[in-house]
Design a protein around this ligand. Structure first.
Ligand code: BGC
Length: 489
């Protein structure tokens, strides 16, 4: 019997027919501003490779290339039940992960939205919020934990998705807040004891055994299920990636490793490449990108991230729309108070516009009315949809420069990059646009299914990765192998 299969999403032809000349001129202007062609992608990638190398050098560069102290590839045979805590830019997740030793796992998890006020509030409020969530999870959602204890405490892998300088697996000095967070008294300090104290305030018998970046978690989780995975990436509220480097190719580690860490052993590197091009040499920044940067809590930081990550896509569109209103081209005589509020829209606003299947962009009309209190005309919506496509396409194309740069640097002939994050998982066409950008950078002309470097989904990878890293850490601990820089005698 022949089945029809799932219904394909309706395709919108989307012509510019009937658009006033002034709108066509604007579209052309934004196309020039936001289009990143093949040649530019290649030159960004080449510069990126050099910057990755600089980050590994003793002198350092703007990309931190943080050593993650995960020194083993998983075998896929790891077993055990582990607790994982995952603090991203938008959500907090607590999970109990069971690794079954057969490249598969089981997860029970609870997800909590991080309240906005906490992101710019007091440090202890954040840590207490985290401790509360762990407490609730242990009391209500989690099966009793028999194994994986340190003394009388349960070992927890803490995924903290901010740049941390680590001298050991259970240690991490926050270099700077990203993704719009701005909490005093944390930058420059080890976050592990701060969270640990909050656990103690609640009498929680939980011990942070490993501090992990979400990209390192995604890398390790993806490699646990598929050994061809060499990179772990996040395209979400923020952007970043991790990969494994040979210890001997990390000059800044020279003299810092114990003899049990052989120069030929692998070391996971959390690139923190959202900071790529902080010196503004190669990225095609528009005046909107410059404004976002200057008005952010940390100007001149995370330049790459601010052009492509979910945290900033809504703001980018808002600034373009404000420019059009200032020229009296759109939304005349309307209440713009919501549109004038910084960060009023997030990336899902753009996703909904790109997802609108109707020729007259009827869903977009409802969205502007209900969310911004603005009535739109059809030509306005057609122009806005094109601008949104340009912003989304630029984000996807630039995002691939990081993956291409790691691949070039490591000389991968064939590799997968496990990917997670709201933009990767939910933003329409991001995957296809990204694959096209990789093909442009490497001049591939085969079918996309044959591309040697592929970005593959790794949803919720960071929590699972925390569990696999906990298992790897325990194994090293039991063998008496080092988990950080050599102790000075
Ligand atoms: C952080 C990284 C993180 C990335 C994705 C960036 O803002 O600096 O540590 O991996 O966001 O969450």
């Amino acid at each position: 019997m022949v089945h029809l299969g799932p219904k394909k999403p309706p395709l919108r032809k989307g012509t510019f027919e009937g658009l006033p000349q002034s709108f066509l001129k604007e579209i052309e202007h934004y196309e020039t501003l936001f289009t990143v062609d093949k040649t530019k992608l290649k030159s960004i990638t080449d510069h990126f490779v050099k910057e990755l190398e600089k980050g590994l050098s003793k002198e350092g560069g703007s990309i931190p290339m943080n050593v993650a102290w995960v020194m083993d590839y998983p075998t896929g045979k790891e077993t055990g039940t582990y607790l994982a805590l995952d603090m991203g830019g938008t959500n907090l997740r607590v999970a109990q992960v069971t690794l079954d030793g057969n490249r598969s796992f089981d997860v029970v998890q609870s997800k909590y939205r991080l309240p906005d006020h906490i992101k710019v509030g007091k440090a202890d409020d954040l840590w207490d919020f985290i401790a509360d969530c762990v407490d609730k999870f242990l009391k209500n959602d989690c099966a009793p934990i028999e194994e994986d204890r340190i003394g009388d405490k349960v070992f927890i892998g803490f995924t903290f998705s901010y740049p941390c300088l680590q001298s050991a697996i259970n240690h991490g000095i926050l270099q700077r807040w990203t993704k719009g967070f701005d909490i005093k008294g944390v930058e420059g300090h080890d976050v592990v004891p701060m969270v640990q104290k909050a656990f103690e305030r609640k009498n929680l018998k939980v011990q942070i055994g490993a501090l992990i970046n979400d990209t390192t978690g995604t890398l390790v989780a993806s490699n646990y299920v598929d050994e061809n995975t060499q990179m772990g990436c996040i395209f979400g509220t923020g952007c970043n990636a991790a990969y494994y480097e040979k210890v001997k190719n990390i000059p800044k580690l020279e003299g810092l490793c114990s003899p049990d860490i052989h120069p030929d052993s692998w070391m996971a590197i959390n690139c923190e490449y959202g900071a790529f091009d902080n010196e503004h040499v190669v990225l095609p920044r528009t005046k909107f990108d410059v404004q976002i940067d200057l008005e952010s809590p940390r100007p001149n930081q995370q330049s790459f991230e601010k052009m492509i990550a979910g945290c900033y896509l809504g703001e980018l569109l808002r600034l373009v729309l404000l420019e059009l209103t200032a020229q009296n081209l759109i939304f005349q005589d309307q209440d713009l108070s919501k549109l004038e509020t910084p960060y009023y829209m997030d990336a899902s606003f753009l996703s909904q516009i790109e997802d609108d299947p109707w020729e007259n962009l009827g869903d977009t009309e409802v969205l502007f009315r209900s969310y911004l209190g603005i009535e739109t005309t059809e030509p306005e919506r057609v122009m806005i949809r094109r601008i949104v496509e340009l912003i989304g396409t630029r984000a996807a194309r630039l995002s691939m420069c990081g993956i291409a740069a790691m691949s070039k640097k490591m000389g991968y002939k064939s590799a997968n990059a496990g990917a997670d994050g709201s933009v990767y998982n939910k933003y329409p066409h991001f995957k296809q646009r990204g694959a096209q950008a990789l093909a442009d950078i490497f001049d591939w002309d085969m079918a996309p299914s044959k591309y040697p470097i592929k970005v593959v989904p790794a949803e919720d990878g960071s929590g699972i990765g925390a569990a696999v890293i906990a298992a790897l850490t325990r194994a090293r601990f039991e063998k008496g192998l080092s988990l950080g820089v050599a102790k000075k005698k």
